[in-house]
Design a protein around this ligand. Sequence first.
Ligand code: SF4
Ligand code: SF4
Length: 98
Amino acid sequence: MVDTTKGGMLFKIKTLAIKSKGIDMTNIEDSKENFDTCMKGNCNECPSFPGEKGEGLYCAKGASKASVEKRGCNCPECPVWINNGLSGMYYCIKGKAE
Ligand code: SF4
Ligand code: SF4
C-alpha cells in the first residue's frame, strides 16, 4: 500500500537521500550465528579491534565501550557485511548499522 501521509513521504525522501550517500539501511540480526561469524577472522583479527571482553558484532550491537583508533576495518570481508548488503565500516566506533 502506498503511504501518502506527510510522515510517510518524508520517510521516503530521507531514505532515498541516505541510500544515495551509501549509508546502511539494514538492521543486522543480533544472533549467536552472526556473533560467531564476526569473531572467526573478522572483528577479532582486525587491527582496530578494541578487544573489550564480550564485545563484537558491532554492526548489530552498537559501538565499543572503548576508545578505538582507526587502523583499518575488516568489515567488507565479513560474510555478515556481504550477506546483508552493508556499505559502512567502523561500526565499533560509529555504532550499529541501521
Ligand atoms: S567494526 Fe570494523 S574496525 Fe571495528 S573491530 Fe570490527 S572490523 Fe575492525
Ligand atoms: S560487518 Fe563488521 S562488525 Fe559486523 S559482524 Fe562483520 S566484521 Fe563484525
